[in-house]
Design a protein around this ligand. Structure first.
Ligand code: RIB
Length: 313
């Protein structure tokens, strides 16, 4: 295709404060950990960075506080080549912050203090209408108010723009919103939270996905960590396994930090679909993007570039 694929993201930014530990603490316990890293995060921003690094023209609709973290966030989005026109600022509260613990296996626990993300309004989205209706794909998550997500999806849908919703953090969603989503990308936990159904096996994941399709979702891609993803659409259910990425840029790698893997996947999926790839091709590409992302610490800074994904494929 000639033009750059165009992805517009409506979503969150968090400053990630991430500490490594040998294991997760239990309730009431203090443990010693480290090292500590901090950097740009937030599901919306991570996905926007992933999409930009993979070659899309990206606009992001986001709200930051008037504080140091907000200044750093805005500078980072610009550095990543993301259109800055819809980076809104507020004096009313702080920039979003995420407290992250990553254990020795690379698994994580996260608590988010949403701050300015909670103040991203449908009015802000309206100001970015042109960026949404002219996109190939609208990419949204659930770290900003649901009415804001819903309005963005409504604008995209009206204009015939493909909608990818990464339903994270997981929660119950109104049928009306689900009915406007082309592709939903929950992980297993989120698929269970959205449907109220158990999701502990491939068959259960397929049943939850069918349940969501029954509510009008076009296709459901349930991400399965290192096992790839399960795609469920009108053609049925099929697992698409993840190619193990053992070497990046000539160096052997292992799983270091799974935080942001879902963001790498959804950002990559949006780009691939915006390029006109089939859903199965897009999932294969996104599996590899996520497999590379987990080999590095942090979230947005760990997102892979196009050449890395293509060479690993
Ligand atoms: O998906 C990972 C992200 O979740 C982190 O960057 C953190 O900010 C939370 O939003």
């Amino acid at each position: 295709m000639q033009h750059k694929p165009k992805v517009t993201v409506v979503g969150s930014y968090n400053q990630d404060l991430s500490v490594r530990t040998s294991r997760m603490p239990v309730r009431g316990e203090t443990i010693l950990g480290g090292p500590f890293i901090t950097g740009p995060g937030g599901k919306g921003s991570n996905q926007a960075v992933a999409a930009a690094r993979l070659g899309a023209e990206v606009a992001m609709v986001v709200k930051l506080g008037q504080d140091t973290f907000g200044d750093q966030a805005a500078a980072n989005l610009v550095k990543e080549g993301i259109l800055p026109d819809f980076i809104f600022r507020t004096q009313e509260t702080h920039t979003g912050v995420a407290f992250i613990i990553v254990d020795d296996t690379g698994e994580n626990m996260i608590v988010v203090a949403a701050g300015a993300n909670n103040l991203l309004t449908p009015q802000d989205v309206k100001a970015a209408r042109q960026a949404i209706v002219s996109a190939d794909v609208l990419l949204v998550q659930l770290e900003v108010p649901l009415e804001t997500v819903d309005y963005a999806v409504h604008l995209a849908r009206e204009a015939g723009v493909k909608v990818v919703l990464n339903p994270a953090p997981g929660r119950l969603l109104p049928d009306d919103l689900l009915g406007k989503v082309d592709i939903l990308t929950p992980n297993e936990t989120e698929a269970s939270l959205i449907t109220g159904l158990p999701v502990g096996s491939l068959d259960e994941a397929a049943a939850a996905a069918e349940h969501l399709r029954g509510k009008g979702v076009g296709a459901v891609v349930v991400t399965l960590g290192g096992n790839g993803a399960l795609v469920v659409d009108a053609a049925g259910a099929r697992p698409i396994p993840c190619k193990r990425v053992e070497v990046v840029a000539g160096k052997r790698v292992e799983v270091v930090d799974t935080t942001g893997a879902g963001d790498a996947f959804s950002g990559s999926l949006a780009v691939s679909l915006a390029e006109g790839k089939s859903l199965d091709q897009a999932v294969t590409f996104s599996n590899v993007a996520a497999a590379i992302q987990v080999t590095r610490p942090g979230t947005a800074p760990a997102m892979p570039y196009r050449a890395e994904v293509e060479s690993a494929l």
